[in-house]
Design a protein around this ligand. Structure first.
Ligand SMILES: [Fe+2]
Ligand SMILES: [Fe+2]
Length: 375
């Protein structure tokens, strides 16, 4: 078995057939059970501030709480069709980048305006649904960190993140329910990743999977959408969520930095493999296979076409703009003969290695006094 097969279940990271062969089998289930093992850790060392950067983050979090019900303009009317058109204009295309692409001889050749519109709407419903599911993943993983991390400063901080994530699930669910027009179950690649993170018994793997990988990607994706959307409620919602997310990614970087410096090569190799697996799962999830199924077009062919458009390629790469510098800061890129660097080269995202890491970027994302007072 090749190493890729061992880690991600297929030899070639770009094997579309293998990616699409994995599908969600319990679409109608209301709950999902995941077994978790491992130790819960009590600490009797209550000396606050032993990790000064985490203490600072904790104090910052306490005064940065906002209220999802009262601080966002929920009375905003959202016209989904108008949003699709505005997004299309912003992308100088149709949101998918098809405008700069010849669709002759493809499943889209005979599509009329109604079908393009439906694709735009389904795509919004799908994207926001996956954000909501990812937020629940963060809620659960961070509650787990409260239980498993050995340091009091980290337990304190993680408890504030649990509250943040509850608010994020709440606002995405409310937006979907009251402003959009449909819901999608969790994408199977995202769920596989969340399950892996929850099941791992090593406390730092929760951080690596969630704070570094999933939230690093979310911060980039929310930023992209925040910049693009002209819908004022979603724009503000994303702005508020991002102010929290930047702290969460910082929490991961600041907690793991010293710890990873002390690990052996063999231990670091396991972390490198885990980071690679997470990167691939998230890349797979963004193919939005469920949308193509719902649009009743051949899934594989549609994805192949979309992936060839420049807009899509750019978006797909940008998702890793936070993850790669943070992995570098944690020393994960170059240990073990630059194993993770080679993998990031393979999936075409290494160019972000010297972008700003998120260790203290959260100051820039912080909400102003006025925003916090709901002005
Ligand atoms: Fe979140
Ligand atoms: Fe978060």
């Amino acid at each position: 078995m090749t190493m890729n097969e061992d880690i991600i279940g297929r030899a070639d990271v770009n094997d579309l057939e293998a990616i699409l062969a994995v599908t969600n089998t319990d679409r109608d289930a209301v709950v999902s059970h995941v077994q978790q093992h491992g130790d819960v850790i009590f600490t009797w060392d209550y000396d606050k501030g032993q990790k000064p950067s985490l203490e600072k983050l904790y104090e910052k979090a306490k005064v940065s709480m906002w209220n999802g019900e009262t601080d966002l303009p929920w009375d905003t009317e959202v016209d989904q069709e108008k949003v699709v058109i505005a997004n299309a204009t912003a992308n100088s295309a149709d949101g998918m980048g098809f405008a700069d692409f010849d669709v002759t001889g493809t499943p889209f050749e005979k599509w009329d305006e109604k079908q393009w519109m439906r694709l735009g709407i389904e795509s919004q419903n799908w994207t926001l649904s996956q954000f909501m599911h990812g937020e629940q993943g963060a809620l659960i993983c961070t509650a787990k960190i409260v239980e498993t991390v050995p340091w009091i400063d980290a337990k304190y901080y993680a408890s504030t993140q649990v509250m943040d994530e509850a608010r994020h699930v709440e606002v995405f669910a409310k937006y979907l329910d009251t402003k959009l027009s449909g819901y999608y179950p969790v994408n199977t690649h995202l769920k596989m990743l969340l399950d892996d993170i929850v099941q791992d018994t090593r406390w730092d793997m929760t951080y690596l999977g969630m704070q570094i990988m999933v939230e690093g990607l979310a911060l980039a994706a929310f930023g992209f959408m925040h910049q693009m959307t002209t819908e004022p409620l979603l724009k503000q919602l994303l702005r508020y969520v991002m102010s929290d997310e930047a702290r969460h990614v910082a929490f991961g970087v600041l907690s793991l930095q010293d710890f990873y410096g002390e690990l052996t090569d063999a231990e670091i190799f396991e972390r490198q493999q885990f980071a690679f697996e997470a990167a691939v799962r998230m890349r797979d999830r963004f193919l939005q296979q469920e949308v193509w199924e719902r649009m009743e077009v051949p899934v594989k062919e549609s994805i192949e076409l979309v992936m060839r458009t420049p807009t899509r390629q750019m978006f797909q790469m940008m998702l890793f703009s936070k993850i790669v510098p943070n992995c570098k800061k944690l020393g994960l890129l170059d240990r073990n003969d630059a194993w993770l660097r080679r993998r990031f080269e393979e999936i075409g995202v290494i160019q972000f290695e010297d972008w700003v890491d998120t260790g203290d970027e959260y100051e820039q994302f912080a909400l102003s006094e006025m925003e916090l007072r709901g002005a």
